[in-house]
Design a protein around this ligand. Structure first.
Ligand code: ZN
Length: 154
């Protein structure tokens, strides 16, 4: 169990951007940004598209150069088209959001782990654990955050 918890601290946010649930720009229903083999900005980014199963809207992203990617991470929008993420909810005077259910489940596990462990080491870099907003992991908010996660999961 401890191994698993430690592992999650090193999880890169990029692993959650393969399929992103977004609000369709055409019909405001749930759409998906599919990123295919997107991996850590190692290569120029191609083949990213947004598709909406409800209205059929779909659009390809023009090729993105890794040198000048103009991608936005860490905001409640998909990094490519900047569409609002589908999974978002007001929580503790903030916004709780996730790219997809896997990301949401990761957040839940992380906050739960914080509830159990008092001395969680801080890690540097792009570890998603280190990048969780402080309000989400602060002791007074954790219970409420978990409730919000459950609401989002529906
Ligand atoms: Zn649509």
């Amino acid at each position: 169990m401890e191994t698993r918890t430690k592992h999650t601290y090193h999880t890169s946010i990029y692993q959650f951007v393969r399929d992103i649930w977004v609000v369709c720009p055409n019909c405001s229903e749930q759409a998906f940004v599919r990123t295919g083999n997107f991996e850590q900005l190692k290569y120029d980014i191609e083949g990213v598209r947004v598709v909406c199963p409800q209205c059929g809207y779909n659009k390809n992203l023009p090729k993105v150069s890794r040198r000048n990617p103009h991608l936005t991470f860490g905001a409640p929008i998909d990094p490519f088209f900047k569409l609002p993420v589908w999974l978002q909810i007001a929580c503790c005077d903030n916004l709780l959001w996730a790219y997809n259910p896997e990301h949401l489940e990761f957040l839940r596990q992380h906050v739960e782990a914080k509830l159990r462990e008092r001395n969680v080491p801080e890690y540097q870099g792009r570890s998603i654990g280190a990048r969780l907003p402080r309000w989400m992991t602060s002791a007074k908010n954790r219970e409420e955050v978990l409730k919000c996660v459950e609401k989002l999961k529906g």
